[in-house]
Write a protein that binds this ligand. Structure first.
Ligand SMILES: Cc1ncc(COP(=O)(O)O)c(C=O)c1O
Length: 246
């Protein structure tokens, strides 16, 4: 049976959905290649660039799936066997991100912080001095503990050491200040069902030119950012995106 009454959703997500979003969800269905839908996709890219505060030449788009799908797109396109990854592990979702890097063949070193505490940039500096890294991973707002991590400071350290930074902004985008261009973030992903107040099922993500330049051959077809660029930028069929969610 469908729910008959409105729930008051007070967790980190899924969040309550505004009537405006509910109305948009019931708009007539468009095909995934309809010119009107391709225009909507272009408009969405521009709006997402603004939400992430990404540079104009960044590739901002949305992945079909939830935050975990966007996490996998991030990892699958910059991590390959032998990639040196420094994972900052401050809770359950940081653990998931580190594990995903391991599954894609990354050589993962961890900087741990006690659960409930933010990571210490000095510990990250020491770890980067001790062993070089190609990628640093960090969760901005760690939902499992409620901790906000110092992403800006960590991104600066990563850049000084020539590493790209992948930022999980699943719980922070739309809820906490996040400045992808100003903080020099290379890959940032989020979800639709938390700070943005929409249903789950489509996950915003942005690749800065720095990350696009260092992409690796992607083992996943569905999550290959080059194929997704062909769809989002050139209207070439890749998969049947749900137009109602865009
Ligand atoms: C910080 C963080 N990362 C990743 C995820 C995974 O997102 P999803 O459940 O939308 O796949 C969550 C989910 O709550 C999260 O809070």
């Amino acid at each position: 049976m469908l729910p008959a009454t409105e729930r008051l959703l007070l967790g980190p997500g899924p969040s309550l959905i505004s009537p405006r979003v509910m109305r948009a969800l019931s708009a007539p269905m468009l095909s995934h290649l309809d010119p009107q839908f391709l225009d909507l996709m272009a408009d969405t890219r521009a709006r997402l660039r603004r939400v992430f505060q990404a540079p104009p030449d960044a590739f901002a788009f949305a992945v079909s799936g939830t935050g975990t799908a966007a996490m996998e797109v991030s990892v699958a396109n910059v991590v390959q066997p032998g990639t040196r990854v420094l994972s900052i592990v401050t809770g359950y979702f940081a653990e998931r991100l580190a594990e995903m890097c391991r599954r894609y063949g990354g050589d993962v070193t961890r900087v741990e912080a006690e659960w409930g505490r933010a990571c210490d940039p000095e510990a990250v500096r020491r770890a980067l001095k001790q062993s070089a890294a190609d990628i640093v991973t960090i969760v901005h707002a760690e939902t499992s503990t409620g901790v906000l991590n110092p992403v800006k400071e960590v991104a600066t350290l990563a850049r000084e050491h020539g590493a790209l930074v992948i930022v999980d902004a699943v719980t922070s985008l739309g809820a906490m200040p996040l400045d992808a261009a100003g903080w020099h973030l290379d890959v940032v992903y989020s979800c639709s069902q938390k700070g943005l107040g929409a249903p789950s099922g489509v996950a915003p993500i942005v690749f800065a030119p720095t990350a696009l330049a260092r992409r690796v051959p992607c083992r996943s077809f569905y999550f290959d950012v080059s194929l997704l660029e062909d769809y989002w930028l050139r209207g070439k069929y890749h998969h049947t995106m749900c137009a109602s969610l865009i």
